[in-house]
Design a protein around this ligand. Structure first.
Ligand code: GCB
Length: 575
């Protein structure tokens, strides 16, 4: 899905700002509330009934169509309505979309007039069920209120989390662009319609190649590299109608043996699992935090992150492209694991993948999430791998039948990028049923935290045995996609005391010793970049505190430990 961009033939107007707001089955015309867009609505208001609301919430404003737009197609782009959005012009439903972290368009051409105002209403529903991605369950309490449960720990923030645009495209227009490159500067592209003319421009805007039959050749290309994000532009034009400009980078990605290669060179991932999460805004995109977070990634020497546990705002992906930060791009399929629930609540375990639990409907929603992620992010050079899911019950019967078609789908949609998923604690090398379908082993483990708490010597043995087991059985590159310890900033101890800053540092150092002993180890993503908000639970104190930075982005002591290590590495495995 092409991102709206201003070009000589296309215009766009931001609809961000304050919208009238209410919660309930329909928009309340008497509401006095106003909500910020983009932002989660949950933490904006003081009323707990809004924070914990389960169901529809409504945003409304008037919009004037620019008077020059006669004859254009006019669309509303909603970048994220979490999790289910409905768009109305006046009282007419013009678009509906399920999936809280991918964009959709409403074509409103026939309902609006250039120069005139119209009333735009967007409904957002935050309900998660066994047929949504991510999944969840709704119950009704004794007072008749709906309650939402889910298997992931991060808070189920809802609302218009990203920008909303009014944008125009010409009647005859470019509808899709796909770019694949190799190191000799061959640019293979597919443009719809295929009759569009293609030129390639370098970063200064100078033409460096002209396309023919789906190929253009850049002489002596400047590569997109980790740490140096050089971008070209593919300009697709339909004479007399449309011009679209698609940025791309020249780079390759490949898994060979136990190496992860970028541009043919072994790459070692350093960085984090992140979240889109800030005070007050919740999951709303914020350019200030975007800039600051990338500054902190640079400061600490991180070269990469995973978009745990959902696709991030397109601004984030564009920024990573421009600044050479490597991204593992994940779908919102988190929580396909019912053993985790029974582990936490003591409820009798239910089989995760079955017609009564996560069956065909869930898989259909998951397939759609994969389609939308790849359609949106396929041209980002920063994206080097797709993560199809986080911590599924890959050890349970039914997992293989569930995942095999999804892996096939992802490979058909993008044959160029490796695939991974993050393996949960209960899925060990001996009982995992799906890892051979994927290219890279990404392992989430909490030895020294949930297991062997406060006992780093035992944790070190468990960790090494575990990682070596995966390598021995699957012979693929292996990375740690999560390891971390909750840490209360300001808490100190001379002993190995969980929750202290010293313990977090010692915990990470222990992991790094193990990683450095294992050949075939290709990267380390600490959980988490920053503290983040969660649902209530006895395991959390005002959120998950495994951040190396606090929620307001102040470093804990472990940040220095990581900075010392990562700034030395230069994208290479420690010698
Ligand atoms: C995990 C999950 C992550 C949690 C983390 C934790 O395994 O993948 O979403 O936040 O553990 O801190 O418990």
């Amino acid at each position: 899905m092409l991102k709206p961009r201003p070009t000589p033939t296309r215009e766009q107007i931001s609809l961000d700002g304050l919208w009238h707001f209410s919660v309930g089955d329909a928009f309340d015309p008497d509401t006095t509330l106003e909500a910020a867009v983009p932002a989660s609505y949950n933490d904006l208001f003081t009323d707990p009934a809004i924070r914990d609301h389960v169901g529809w919430a409504w945003y409304r404003r008037t919009v004037r169509v620019p008077r020059g737009w006669t004859g254009e197609r006019i669309l509303v782009r909603v970048e994220a309505a979490t999790h289910h959005g409905r768009v109305y012009v006046g009282d007419t439903l013009v678009a509906e979309h399920v999936g809280g972290y991918t964009p959709f368009d409403a074509d409103i051409t026939d309902l609006v007039t250039a120069g005139a105002e119209f009333r735009l209403t967007i409904g957002v529903n935050n309900e998660l069920t066994e047929a949504t991605i991510p999944p969840g369950t709704i119950t009704v309490d004794q007072a008749g209120r709906k309650r939402q449960q889910y298997q992931h720990d991060f808070y189920n923030y809802a609302g218009l989390h990203r920008s909303v645009w009014l944008h125009s495209v010409p009647e005859v227009h470019v509808t899709d662009v796909t770019v694949v490159t190799d190191l000799d500067g061959m640019v293979h592209y597919e443009v719809e319609p295929a009759s569009a003319r293609v030129r390639i421009l370098d970063a200064s805007g100078a033409q460096v190649a002209v396309g023919a039959d789906g190929v253009a050749k850049i002489e002596n290309p400047t590569l997109w590299q980790p740490g140096a994000g050089y971008l070209y532009t593919l300009e697709a034009s339909i004479d007399g109608h449309d011009i679209y400009e698609q940025p791309f980078g020249v780079r390759t990605v490949e898994v060979r043996g136990t190496d992860f290669l970028i541009n043919g060179e072994p790459f070692y991932f350093t960085g984090f699992g992140k979240h889109e999460d800030t005070p007050v805004r919740g999951k709303g995109h914020d350019d200030a935090y975007l800039v600051h977070d990338f500054q902190l990634l640079d400061w600490i020497g991180a070269n990469s992150f995973r978009t745990s546990h959902y696709p991030y705002a397109e601004e984030v992906m564009d920024f990573a492209d421009r600044h050479g930060i490597v991204v593992i791009d994940e779908t919102a399929a988190v929580g396909l694991n019912l053993a985790v629930v029974s582990g936490l609540t003591g409820a009798p375990p239910r089989q995760t993948f079955s017609p009564e639990t996560f069956g065909d409907d869930t898989r259909d929603a998951h397939a759609q999430a994969i389609r939308e992620l790849i359609a949106r992010d396929k041209n980002h050079p920063s994206v080097v791998m797709w993560s199809l899911t986080n911590e599924p019950a890959s050890n349970e019967d039914g997992a293989r039948e569930y995942f095999e078609p999804l892996v096939k789908l992802a490979r058909t949609l993008d044959p160029t990028r490796p695939l991974t998923y993050s393996a949960v604690m209960f899925a060990a090398a001996a009982n995992d049923q799906i890892a051979d379908l994927f290219d890279v082993l990404s392992i989430n483990r909490y030895y020294g935290w949930y297991i062997a708490t406060g006992d780093l010597a035992t944790a070190e043995q468990y960790l090494e045995q575990d990682l070596r087991g995966w390598l021995a059985r699957f012979g693929k590159p292996i990375m740690m996609s999560e390891y971390g310890a909750d840490t209360q900033a300001g808490l100190h101890s001379i002993w190995d005391t969980p929750w202290t800053e010293e313990y977090q540092s010692a915990f990470l150092a222990m992991h790094h010793r193990v990683f450095d002993r294992i050949d075939g180890f290709v990267g380390e993503h600490v959980w988490n970049f920053a503290d983040f908000q969660t649902s209530h639970g006895i395991h959390r104190v005002d959120g998950n505190k495994k951040g190396v930075f606090t929620r307001d982005r102040r470093p804990k002591a472990a940040a220095q430990e990581l900075r010392r290590r990562w700034r030395e590495l230069g994208h290479r495995k420690p010698a």
